[in-house]
Each structure stands twice: as C-alpha cells, then as structure tokens.
Design a protein around this ligand. Structure first.
Ligand SMILES: Cc1ncc(COP(=O)(O)O)c(C=O)c1O
Length: 405
C-alpha cells in the first residue's frame, strides 16, 4: 500500500493514540531502517530503546524462526525450557533470585506493584500499602501504572486513579524522608528517568534511599524497563549506581523486539507470590523467551556491552560539543546509549528536520531529544547524527539572527 494511502487508512481505522512520523517502515538491517520508497534512515530510536541488537540480527532471527517452528505458545500450565533458562540467566546476572514473566513494561510494573503490596500485607497486615513514586516519572499506561507515573498529562481524564500512591520530587532525599510513614510499602523509581527527559538519579540519593528502605523494610523498586539490558553500558543501570533494589522490572530491550516483560525480585519478596496470586496467559511464552535468551547470550558473551559503553561516551562527547557551540542546546544528560539533549526550542521540529535528512530521533518531553539507538551503533553513524544536528542548529541560529535584526 503506498504511504499516502496507508496514512489515510490508518487515520480511518486506528484509534488515534499516536502522532506518527509520515513514513512507512518496511525493513531493517542492523542500525538502519528503510521506508517504502527505499529511503534509508540511521535509527537512533531503536523502536524506543527496544532493538538493542539492531534489526535482523542473525542469531535473533534464527532463534525466533527455530522456536516458532518448534512451539510458539503453550501456556504456563506446563514447563517450557526457554522460560526456565531465561529466568536462570537473569538471576545469574542480577541481584534477583526469582523472575515473573509478562509481556510489556507496564505489565511488569503492575507485577511489581502487586508484589510490593502483597509482601507488605503478608508481613504487616492491611493498610501498609502506599507506594511512593517520583514526579516526572514514567511507568506505563495501565490504570495502576499511570497512577504510578508522576505526570498529570498521562492521568488527566482517566480519574479516578488508583488509591495508594504518593509522589516525591526526584533526587530529593529530604522530601522523600519526610513522606515515608507507617503506610509506606515501597519506593519505586527509574534509575534514569527516560520518558521524563533523561534525568539520572544521583548516587548519594540512591544510597540514602537504599538505607532508608532497608531500615524500615520498605521495598526499593527499580523500573529498568528502559535502562536495563545494556542500555547504559552495563547489563542493568543499578550496577553503575552503587545500590541494589529489592524488585526490578524489565521489558523493551529484553526481547530485542519480541514483546516480553519481567519482574525480578529477591527470594524473601518473591516468596509472597504463590500459585494463583498473579498470572499472565502469554507471559514468558517460549517464542518470546527464546528471543530474550538469545539477546542475553549475545549481550553477555560478545562485545556489545563494551561497545555500548564506548559508543555512549562518544555520543555524549559529540552532544556536549553541540552544547558548547550552539545556544539552542541547553543541556546534555545521559548514561551509555541513553542520551538526552535539552533544547531551547520545541524538540519536535528538530525530529522532523532529522527525519528529512535520514536520521530517526525521538523527542521526549517537549524540549528534549532522546537518543536510544541499537547498542551496535557505530562511531561513523554517531558522526552522521552530530553533523546532522549541527547543520540543523546552525540553520536555526542563522534564521534566529535574521528575525532578531
Ligand atoms: C521506564 C519505563 N517504564 C515502563 C514503560 C512502559 O513500558 P510498555 O510501553 O512496554 O508498557 C516505559 C515505556 O516507555 C518506560 O520507559
């Protein structure tokens, strides 16, 4: 279907929940995608931090093809090897002892919220159920996770929200210390707020949170849906930030493009989930798990994590140079290959300019460009991104001057 027609049909038949870029992507290879007209784009969006091995990674394609031919789905009424092996792999490489599988980030966070409430209920009885999350956070689009999300714009019009949530300013330990009370069951945050504009939790803050949580038996929940699976240069962001959570959620990169989410926890916390307490029909199905297992193997056995770290530093440096040179750039923030560029201007216009020049980037919050490419992005591709941004900022600086004189 020609792109124009596809847009018209989409406008007629899809619920209009997304403002889409005007291209139809038909194919991907490595760090590049191709539209219907054959135009090539360097992909700095990576399916929003999902395609960590790039597009069409041969090991991933092979694993999916092989498993699809063998068994796609059979439910959690039976054992399947890919699921059990994936759980063991995640446990072997994290703080956690047990894993629950589901299908998305929001669903992983739902599991985390239920797990935290049940832990507190079993140990302390009813009433100690409150979860403190952060302003400007993002945890998903289900009712519980929009409530957990500390941004009015995702909640408005969907009230009544879920009871039992409170919001603290990010990176402000004094504030959260003042909010914790006899009702508090958990503190939940992203180690780096992704959707909220790329803000990193600082180490002393996290250390204080960890101590407070341990002291009061409050569960510390890290939402690593965006930061996990090598995005920041280590398998999980918490490894670089000096503290371990009690519960961690994953999705996005975990399946390298196959939909899968996971909620990981320590033994004493995980133990409160017993048969019947939580479930998901598709959760951990063999096809998704075979994909995720391959993603984990490639990350852990190859040089991808190292590359992500090096390329992350290279990208951060390129963006920092942009900040030095162009007034329109206000700030650069990030870790590894999760980088944000805060602008003086609307980021959406820059997204469109980049698209026209063959580079996919994404705006998160009004004025922040976010870069979450496949972890196999190369130095030359980062150079192209920086040149493209430079060209755009230069043109904008000139036109700004023109309008001022
Ligand atoms: C930190 C974080 N948590 C949760 C989610 C929700 O994940 P999903 O869209 O898979 O439900 C996102 C998605 O952007 C995210 O960035």
């Amino acid at each position: 279907m020609p792109t124009e027609e596809l847009r018209d049909v989409a406008a007629r038949y899809l619920m209009q929940t997304y403002a889409r870029q005007p291209i139809s992507i038909v194919r991907g290879r490595g760090t590049k995608v191709y539209d219907l007209e054959g135009r090539e784009y360097i992909d700095f969006v990576g399916g929003i931090a999902v395609n960590i091995l790039g597009h069409g990674h041969p090991d991933l394609v092979h694993a999916i093809q092989r498993q699809a031919a063998l068994l796609i789905h059979t439910s959690n009424l039976y054992y399947t090897e890919p699921q059990v092996k994936l759980a063991r792999m995640l446990v072997d490489h994290s703080f956690a002892d047990r894993v629950f599988f589901c299908n998305s980030g929001a669903e992983a966070n739902e599991a985390a919220i239920k797990l935290a409430r049940r832990y507190s209920y079993d140990k302390y009885g009813a009433g100690r159920h409150e979860i403190i999350t952060m302003t400007n956070s993002f945890h998903g689009r289900t009712m519980a996770t929009i409530t957990a999300t500390g941004q009015e714009k995702v909640q408005k019009g969907f009230e009544p929200l879920m009871p039992g949530f409170a919001y603290a300013p990010f990176n402000d330990f004094g504030a959260i210390e003042g909010m914790v009370n006899e009702k508090t069951a958990a503190i939940m945050l992203e180690p780096i707020q992704g959707e909220g504009g790329v803000h990193i939790a600082n180490r002393p803050y996290l250390k204080n949170l960890r101590e407070l949580c341990t002291q009061k038996d409050i569960l510390l929940v890290f939402d690593e849906v965006q930061t996990g699976m090598g995005r920041t240069g280590t398998l999980f962001a918490y490894e670089q930030l000096g503290v371990e959570p009690d519960i961690m959620t994953l999705a996005k990169g975990l399946g390298g493009g196959m939909p899968i989410g996971a909620c990981l926890a320590t033994e004493s916390v995980a133990a409160v989930f017993t048969p019947g307490s939580h479930a998901s029909t598709f959760g951990g199905n063999p096809l998704a798990c075979a994909a995720a297992l391959t993603v984990c193997r490639v990350l852990l056995e190859g040089s991808v994590l190292d590359q992500a770290k090096r390329m992350g530093e290279y990208l951060a440096k390129g963006l920092a140079d942009c900040k030095e040179r162009y007034r329109v750039v206000r700030d650069v923030r990030g870790l590894g290959l999760l980088q944000g560029l805060e602008l003086e201007i609307d980021a959406k216009a820059v997204v469109a300019d980049c698209l026209a020049r063959g580079v996919l980037v994404n705006a998160t919050s009004e004025r922040v460009l976010r870069f979450v490419p496949p972890l196999v992005i190369t130095q030359a591709e980062i150079d192209t991104l920086i040149e493209t941004l430079t060209m755009i900022f230069k043109r904008r600086a000139v036109s700004e001057k023109d309008t001022h004189h």
